[in-house]
Design a protein around this ligand. Structure first.
Ligand code: 3HC
Length: 693
């Protein structure tokens, strides 16, 4: 029985799943579990069966790699019935994470015991599907419809104490899990507990209005995603149909989603997120440097967010700033943000104080003399950053890693300023740094391999998804974004309005369009960024100066009540005829004849400009793989997960289609903006995609 071994301790059979790394329910595991149940049934000396897992976790779900191809029997949705129907008590002993199909297997067992650290969830919705092995039918029977709806549609996981409190598990065991489970079984045998089949439990009555309420809420929160809505339908089957029929309907709905484009894209996103942790050509022998303490230079919003990320992972943090008031403000912000976690019940007051006790504030660089890693987060000015790196090179200990949070500047210049270029690297966090999961780690020309290994590892340790990129203006994410912003600006000049452009991107799946973002982030901020990059902008970009005009009018966006949009006192946005008039006059002054621009052209120009830049980024080796680009856009720029990222989407559209469109826009807008990258042109010609290059 590959994947499952059968043993016994006295009268108790033990089925041990052993399928590293996460005990996914491969065909061998499914077959092994079915066999184990049959063996226990056939052996008259065995009175109960414990299902436990070897390695670091309980079953973490179906084997996602099998999706999309034909499934080999026994199918998981049949297996759970085999487990539930067995006539000897079946007990799941859970450690690590019981996720997806793993939790479905556990719920099909008659009893569940777990370690204190175990976690439970049905994350299928994140893969664009729904639990297809009875999860939507059995969970409501154990924990009630409302809790089940929340768990299934959000896809998060809950800790063992909560699982016990809501009735998902029966007991938390301390010490050795197997021995704890056996003690539980001995007790139930001795006391003659009847087998309790989850599927036979009634679903507690619920007001059917709850289903519509959830659907409405999800239509907003998870706009554009099909799976959350289907999850609600599936949970409703548990109320409307007997178990078997509910399961059949659930499975059919799951298969439909699995075969659809959204799930394909979300599965791609799942594996891409893991792929980016592996650096091509990097020897596994390279050891990360130990990091036990961290410094942050610059106590502004970014530095404070970065500090919180490290504090949350338990690192002591030394924050260095120019003056005491800015440091005090940073500490107050930390207290406020971490206090939010206390208010939500996610942290205790003592936990908060313990975290803040890890902070040291100082106005002296010398306070960084002992730390293992420093992240510089001062404002985006080369001269200021050079000063910081010169100083860091002097005060930090040899071997301490010196990272910059710059989003555009050339790291190699800072590396030279430090006098220790091998220790210098980019760690580009995204705002707000304590929330956003993306971390672009930037390798300089002389960055030491073990420094790269360290920042990739530490990114994971602080809950980020680290992507390694090379030096380039704006690295990967902002470099592509700048091409999209450029097209958005040209489209305004040619005939579109900010609200038309925003709507196209919102309909595409972004939370906001570029002009809504400008008004939120501040037109003054955008103006300053544009000035800083003036030297590398083309002549047409210089002249496309609507942002400068708004800046000069003091229309800084939401904060001044007017930007591209007009705002009422509740910050509700409305299209502003004044801005439309300003744009029309701008076009006339530039001699550009405005025309009606279709949404299709807007979408293509914004998206294809980005994809073409992504291709150049691959060509230049700034990103090693299309996965890196997709993960950056999914994690850092709100690219809709159900489209899989720009490079994945490009492959779905077809590179030939994109290439033809680029040629069309090259003729219309100019070769300096739309000339297809050599890589894209070659792949289009060869009928390949970025992922099949
Ligand atoms: N199927 C196939 N491979 C899986 C997998 C799965 N369900 N879960 C993880 N893996 C692979 C990862 O791709 C990775 O492979 P790699 O080393 O080649 O890159 C390896 O296992 C380790 O995974 P992580 O790097 O994610 O390890 P962590 O320790 O950080 O996290 C975990 C472990 C929390 C279990 C995390 O892997 C996870 O969340 N897995 C997915 C869980 C999930 O979505 N389950 C539901 C599956 S769908 C389902 O069950 C359908 C059912 O309802 C019918």
């Amino acid at each position: 029985m590959a994947g499952v071994t059968f043993s016994r301790q006295g009268e108790i059979g033990i089925a041990t799943v052993d399928n590293p790394p996460v005990n996914a329910l491969s065909q061998a595991v499914r077959a092994g579990l079915a066999d184990a149940v049959r063996m226990a049934e056939a052996d008259s000396e065995i009175r109960a069966l414990v299902l436990i897992c070897a390695g670091r976790t309980f079953i973490a779900g179906a084997d996602i790699r099998e999706f999309g191809g034909p499934m080999q029997p026994p199918l998981i949705n049949n297996l759970v019935f085999d487990l539930e129907r067995t006539n000897k008590p079946l007990i799941a002993a859970i450690h690590g994470t019981a996720l997806g199909g793993g939790l479905e297997v556990a719920m099909a067992c008659h009893f569940r015991v777990a370690t204190e650290q175990a976690r439970f969830g049905l994350p299928e919705v994140k893969l664009g599907i729904l639990p297809g092995a009875g999860g939507t039918q059995r969970l409501p029977r154990l924990v009630g419809v409302e809790t089940a709806l929340t768990m299934i549609t959000e896809g998060g996981d809950i800790p063992a104490p909560k699982a016990k409190a809501i009735g998902l598990i029966d007991e938390i065991v301390g010490g050795d899990l197997l021995q704890g489970a056996i003690a539980f079984v001995e007790r139930l045998l001795e006391e003659g507990w009847p087998i309790r089949r989850t599927g036979e439990l009634p679903v507690a009555a619920v007001d059917p209005a709850i289903f519509d309420e959830f659907k409405k809420k999800l239509a907003k929160r998870q706009r554009g995603f099909l799976a959350p809505q289907a999850c609600v339908d599936a949970v409703r089957f548990a109320v409307d149909y007997p178990l078997e029929e509910g399961c059949e309907r659930e499975y059919a709905l799951c298969l439909e989603l699995m075969r659809g484009p959204q799930s394909k894209a979300q599965r791609h996103a799942f594996f891409a997120e893991r792929e980016v942790a592996k650096i091509p050509g990097f020897s596994p022998e390279i050891q990360a440097r130990p990091v036990n303490s961290v410094g942050v230079v610059g106590p502004g919003a970014m530095g404070t967010g970065i500090a919180i990320s490290f504090l949350n992972a338990g690192y002591p943090v030394v924050i260095v700033g120019l003056d005491q008031p800015s440091l005090d403000k940073s500490l107050a912000t930390m207290r406020k943000i971490l206090g939010g976690a206390v208010a939500k019940g996610a942290m205790t007051e003592e936990g908060l104080e313990a975290k803040l006790a890890l902070v040291t504030l100082s106005t002296h660089f010398e306070a960084l003399s002992e730390v293992d890693l420093v992240v510089e987060a001062v404002f985006e000015d080369m001269a200021a950053k050079i000063q910081v790196f010169t100083k860091l090179g002097q005060v930090t200990r040899l071997g301490a890693i010196l990272a910059t949070n710059t989003s555009y500047l050339d790291i190699d210049i800072l590396a030279e300023a430090s006098g220790r270029p091998a220790d210098v690297v980019g760690m580009h966090f995204f705002n707000p740094a304590n929330v956003m999961r993306l971390l672009e780690n930037v390798r300089g020309a002389k960055t030491a391999p073990d420094v790269i290994a360290t920042v990739m590892k530490i990114g994971k340790a602080i809950g980020k998804v680290s992507v390694l990129v090379g030096i380039s203006d704006g690295f990967v994410g902002n470099r592509m974004l700048s091409k999209r912003s450029r097209e958005a600006m040209f489209l305004l000049e040619e005939g579109a309005t900010p609200w038309q452009i925003d709507k196209v991107l919102v309909d595409f799946g972004f939370a906001m369009g570029p002009y809504q973002v400008s008004d939120l982030a501040g037109i003054d901020v955008q103006y300053a960024a544009r000035q800083a990059r003036w030297g590398i902008l083309t002549e047409r970009e210089h002249q496309a100066n609507i942002v400068d005009q708004l800046y000069r009018l003091g229309r800084y966006g939401q904060k001044t009540g007017a930007g591209y949009y007009a705002y009422d006192d509740k910050r509700n946005a409305a299209p502003d005829p004044f801005v439309e008039d300003l744009i029309v006059r701008h076009s006339a002054a530039r001699g550009i004849a405005r025309r009606a621009i279709g949404d299709g052209e807007i979408r293509e120009r914004l998206l294809y400009a980005m994809i073409n830049e992504g291709a150049k980024i691959l060509e230049e080796g700034v990103a090693a793989r299309p996965h890196d680009i997709d993960v950056i856009w999914l994690m850092g720029f709100g690219f809709p997960a159900y489209l899989g990222g720009p490079m994945f989407l490009a492959d779905q559209i077809g590179l030939k289609t994109i290439h033809d469109a680029l040629l069309k826009y090259e003729a219309r807008v100019g070769p300096e903006f739309f000339k297809p990258s050599a890589l894209l042109a070659r792949l289009a010609l060869e009928g390949k995609g970025f992922y099949s290059a």
